[in-house]
Design a protein around this ligand. Structure first.
Ligand code: PRE
Length: 135
């Protein structure tokens, strides 16, 4: 029940705001929200680390003219993640969708890196390839 329909909310005795709830309920909600905030922060940090790795993969792929996407690798990741999700009692399709969302962003980054590399191959990490093949 939400308080979006005031009439419905009133008939069910629903409250409009958390501030109106009992102090013990508010305390429990605060405790749970503190944990949610910690978990969200961990997710952000973990994702940031993952993107640091994938940026390096993107540079490596661009440098060696490898395609941004690797569907076979993705199929293995999906299979592994679905199994992990099942063990952890997380919806496997949710886990797959989440991975797909992240990987789509990674591929977009890889393409940007490859575009920059092909436009200016002597810049960035491309310099090492140029240096290695110079003279
Ligand atoms: O492993 C790779 O080849 C990557 O580019 C990383 C990654 C990923 O984010 O996990 C991204 C794109 C590929 O299609 C597969 C996996």
């Amino acid at each position: 029940m939400t308080s979006r329909d005031p009439q419905q909310a009133e008939s069910a005795g629903a409250l409009d705001t958390v501030a109106e709830a009992d102090a013990s309920v508010r305390a429990e909600l605060t405790r749970l929200r503190d944990s949610i905030d910690n978990i969200d922060a961990a997710v952000v940090h973990i994702l940031a680390e993952r993107f640091k790795c994938t940026q390096q993969v993107g540079r490596l792929k661009a440098l060696h003219r490898l395609p941004p996407a690797d569907p076979a690798r993705e199929a293995r990741q999906i299979e592994r993640l679905r199994q992990l999700a099942e063990t952890a009692k997380l919806d496997p399709s949710f886990a797959e969708k989440l991975l797909g969302f992240i990987v789509a962003e990674v591929i977009r980054h890889h393409e940007q890196i490859a575009d920059a590399e092909s436009a200016e191959p002597a810049r960035g990490n491309g310099a090492s390839r140029t240096a290695a093949t110079a003279d």
